[in-house]
Structures are given as structure tokens and as C-alpha cells.
Design a protein. Structure first.
Ligand SMILES: Cc1cc2nc3c(=O)[nH]c(=O)nc-3n(C[C@H](O)[C@H](O)[C@H](O)COP(=O)(O)OP(=O)(O)OC[C@H]3O[C@@H](n4cnc5c(N)ncnc54)[C@H](O)[C@@H]3O)c2cc1C
Length: 396
């Protein structure tokens, strides 16, 4: 199959790049190794029919500051499906008790530190360096750091502070934070259906060669595609591996980005079987899981659901034991279970230098790179990177 651009990876980075490329009139092919598109932007369907119940296994919230994503949502006629998230609290689990974040903070220390917000710049500082000055060292260590770790499901002390949370212009007419009637994954599916994109799932790319000024892309399942432009939208270590034989320098530079694996277990329970009060997420400091993100933000008549994001390497028995302990239900009350492993980058202070270097290496080449390891991990960061990379596509 011959295309102008072949995109490897069907998470939101690859899908948004495919959307922009098709809209610009390029013949676009997207290859995804899993049987479904979405990557970490996927809602798992636990049950269907009258009781249909979905659960977010990765991303769960979008914001009105996600302007590029909102443009795509509108173009895919998905704006009508935007729904608010119920206001339920994020809680800390301590000494077997759920506590609000506010009650866990030392207010005197917070009030003493907060004025630093007006003078301290995030640039060049780690999450620890910046936020321990904004809320106080003890508040950071005892409370806030656990919340930050829960965002990318890994220790974030050394993350660049300016890439963790960003302030962006907002679309005031859109809900501040929102999801979709059928979960965020419905957006991924809608993009994949949009005009001009050929999406092939179950196609793991295993080999890439250069030929005639373009690329030949081969999959494990036996598919061969050719394209004048190649776009890699897989995690950095995978993109590095795929480029090793054709772009050794770029592969080496990509290999410098560390990755963390998020081992997620989603469970669905009948409402009457669980006494836990509604929560947005449970964060349990120094536990075997970083967070348990709940579906209580979109209440369902019969069921409740929780996606536990575990530290890697936990065994099956300890995971299920911890899930049942935290939820206070017996194993027999788990009505459905789904497991998934997502990959997230481990960014470090100095990442902007890395970024400058990779962009200078890509200059003039018909190779595009997108993903959650450029401007930041948020959905909008992925879409924004794809938008800027689309400008470099060359026609076949
Ligand atoms: C638990 C969790 C919660 C999050 N919550 C939020 C949130 O609420 N809001 C927010 O904005 N962001 C959130 N994020 C971050 C955001 O979801 C991710 O950064 C983003 O979805 C990553 O998209 P991506 O396309 O870059 O990568 P991925 O989603 O990882 O997609 C990469 C794709 O490439 C495919 N692939 C890999 N190798 C190959 C190959 N050889 N051939 C073909 N395909 C391949 C993979 O199967 C995958 O589908 C969350 C992330 C996680 C993990």
C-alpha cells in the first residue's frame, strides 16, 4: 500500500496527526499494534446493552484549555457528547481512613509559602524544587508529592515543573473539565473513522527501511506499506528501536528518554455491594498503587468502577488483595475485571535541551516524531505536537 504518510501508533498522538494529515489532503495510513485505537486514551467497555458500563483505563479528564483537541472534537461532531464530571473529591487513604487533601495540609505552612508563587518561575526547576517552595516542604512531602506521583503513575520529584501542569488559554464556553457520554475512548474511535484516514489495527510495525527517498514499513502480521513521510507516534523506546538501523543518531537520542510502565487493573462492582463513598480518585501514599481512579465522576445506575494504577512488578495476588481491601468488597463481588499496561515517559529537568536537539536533528528530514514526551504528557500536548509535525509532511 502506497501513502503520503504512514503513522506508527494509534494513541491520541498518532490519531491527531492522522486527522491533520488527512485534512491537509495527504493520503494517510495509520498502523496500530493493538486491536483497538486509543492507547492510553481508551475507555474499556465492561458491559454492553441496557447496562452498558465503560471505565477509563488511562486518561480520564479533558479541560477547556485543550483547544487543539476541541477543534478536532468539533470536526468529528463529538461536541454534543461532552458531559460534565460529577464533583466528587480526590482523597488520600491514610491509616485506613479516607481524608480530603485540604484536611491533610498544614494551613499555616501553606499560607507562609504561597506568596512564592508570584515570584518563583518554574523554568529549570524540578517538581520538588518548585512545589515545595509554593506549599512548604512538609506539605509537599506529606501530601502534594503523592498527588503529583499519581498523575503520571511514577515518582515525579525530578520531573520538570513547567511540564507537569501548564496554564493555557481557555475556551470559556466549554465546561472547565469534562468527559464524554461514552468515555474519552469514543473520541479516539471518532477520529479513526474520520474521512481520509486508513486505520489498520492488529498491525505491529516490526521493520522500517529506506527506499527511493521514502520508507518501506513492515508489520508482524505481514503488511507492507510505502510512504514518502514516516511518522512515529509510539513510545520513545519503541520508536528508538524501530529507527536503530536507519537513523542511528536519532534512535540514540530517543533512547535517552526513560519510560515507566503503568500496570492498571480496572474493576466493576455492583453499587449495592460497595459502601465506599463516591470519590474521583483514591491516592494512597507509599502503597503498591499510585492511584485508584473512579468512575463516580460519571455515575451509573447499577455499577461503580475503579482503575487501580499499580507500581510495576507487583504480583497478581497482592494486586487483587489490595483492590478488595481498599474497596472493602470480597473477591466474589468483582463483576468484571480488565488489565492493561500503558507506557508513560519519565521526563527530567533539562528536557527542553533534549527537545531542541531532537528537533534540530529532524530538520529537513521526511521523518516525523510525535507523542507525550515533547511538550508534556497531557492530551493537549500530544495533539499540539502532532499539529506542528504535520507541517513537515512531504507529498509522495
Ligand atoms: C493512567 C493515566 C492517566 C492519565 N490521565 C490523563 C488525563 O486525565 N488527562 C490528560 O490530558 N492526560 C492524561 N494522561 C496522559 C495521556 O493519556 C497520555 O500522555 C496520552 O494518551 C499518550 O498518547 P500517545 O499517543 O502519545 O501514546 P500512547 O497512548 O501510549 O499510544 C501509543 C500507541 O502506539 C502503539 N504502538 C506501540 N508500538 C507500536 C508498534 N511497533 N507498531 C504499531 N503500534 C505501536 C501502542 O499500542 C499505542 O496504542 C494519563 C495517562 C495515564 C497512563
Amino acid at each position: 500500500m502506497k501513502s503520503d504518510v504512514v503513522i506508527v501508533g494509534g494513541g491520541i498522538s498518532g490519531l491527531s496527526l492522522a486527522f491533520y494529515a488527512a485534512r491537509a489532503g495527504y493520503k494517510t495510513t495509520l498502523l496500530e499494534k493493538n486491536e483497538r485505537v486509543g492507547g492510553s486514551f481508551n475507555s474499556h467497555q465492561c458491559s454492553t446493552g441496557k447496562d452498558a458500563f465503560w471505565l477509563e483505563m488511562g486518561a480520564h479528564t479533558c479541560y477547556n484549555s485543550y483547544q487543539n483537541l476541541l477543534d478536532i472534537i468539533e470536526a468529528c461532531s463529538m461536541k454534543e457528547d461532552i458531559i460534565p464530571r460529577a464533583k466528587v473529591p480526590f482523597v488520600l487513604l491514610r491509616d485506613k481512613e479516607l481524608k480530603s487533601v485540604f484536611s491533610s495540609l498544614n494551613i499555616v505552612e501553606a499560607l507562609r509559602s504561597i506568596p512564592n508563587m508570584f515570584s518563583l518561575k518554574k523554568d529549570g526547576l524540578s517538581v520538588r524544587e518548585y512545589y515545595s517552595k509554593i506549599v512548604g516542604e512538609n506539605n509537599y512531602n506529606n501530601t502534594l508529592s503523592h498527588f503529583f506521583n499519581a498523575v503520571p503513575s511514577q515518582p515525579t520529584d525530578d520531573f520538570p515543573a513547567d511540564m507537569m501542569f501548564k496554564s493555557r488559554p481557555k475556551r470559556k464556553e466549554v465546561l472547565k473539565n469534562y468527559t464524554f457520554t461514552n468515555g474519552l475512548g469514543s473520541v479516539a474511535k471518532a477520529i479513526a473513522r474520520s474521512k481520509g484516514i486508513n486505520v489498520f489495527t492488529g498491525q505491529e510495525v516490526t521493520g522500517i527501511e529506506k527506499a527511493d527517498g521514502g520508507y518501506v514499513i513492515k508489520t508482524e502480521a505481514g503488511m507492507t506499506c510505502t510512504a514518502s513521510t514516516l511518522a512515529l507516534a509510539a513510545p520513545p523506546q519503541e520508536s528508538s528501536r524501530l529507527l536503530q538501523s536507519i537513523e542511528a543518531d536519532i534512535a540514540r537520542h530517543l533512547g535517552m528518554i526513560g519510560s515507566a510502565f503503568v500496570d492498571s487493573v480496572g474493576v466493576m462492582v455492583r453499587k449495592e455491594d460497595i459502601a465506599l463513598k463516591p470519590v474521583a480518585a483514591i491516592i494512597s501514599p507509599d502503597d503498591i498503587f499510585f492511584s485508584a481512579v473512579s468512575r463516580d465522576t460519571v455515575p451509573h445506575e447499577q455499577y461503580r468502577g475503579f482503575a487501580f494504577h499499580f507500581r510495576p512488578g507487583e504480583n497478581e495476588e497482592s494486586k487483587i488483595r489490595r483492590i478488595t481491601e481498599v474497596l472493602g468488597v470480597g473477591m466474589d463481588k468483582i463483576a468484571h475485571r480488565h488489565d492493561v499496561i500503558n507506557t508513560v515517559p519519565s521526563l527530567r529537568v533539562g528536557h527542553r535541551d533534549w527537545l531542541e536537539k531532537i528537533d534540530s536533528m529532524l530538520k529537513g528530514r521526511n521523518l516525523l516524531l510525535t507523542g507525550n514526551y515533547f511538550g508534556g504528557m497531557a492530551i493537549e500536548d500530544c495533539v499540539s505536537r502532532s499539529l506542528s509535525e504535520c507541517g513537515r509532511i512531504r507529498k509522495a
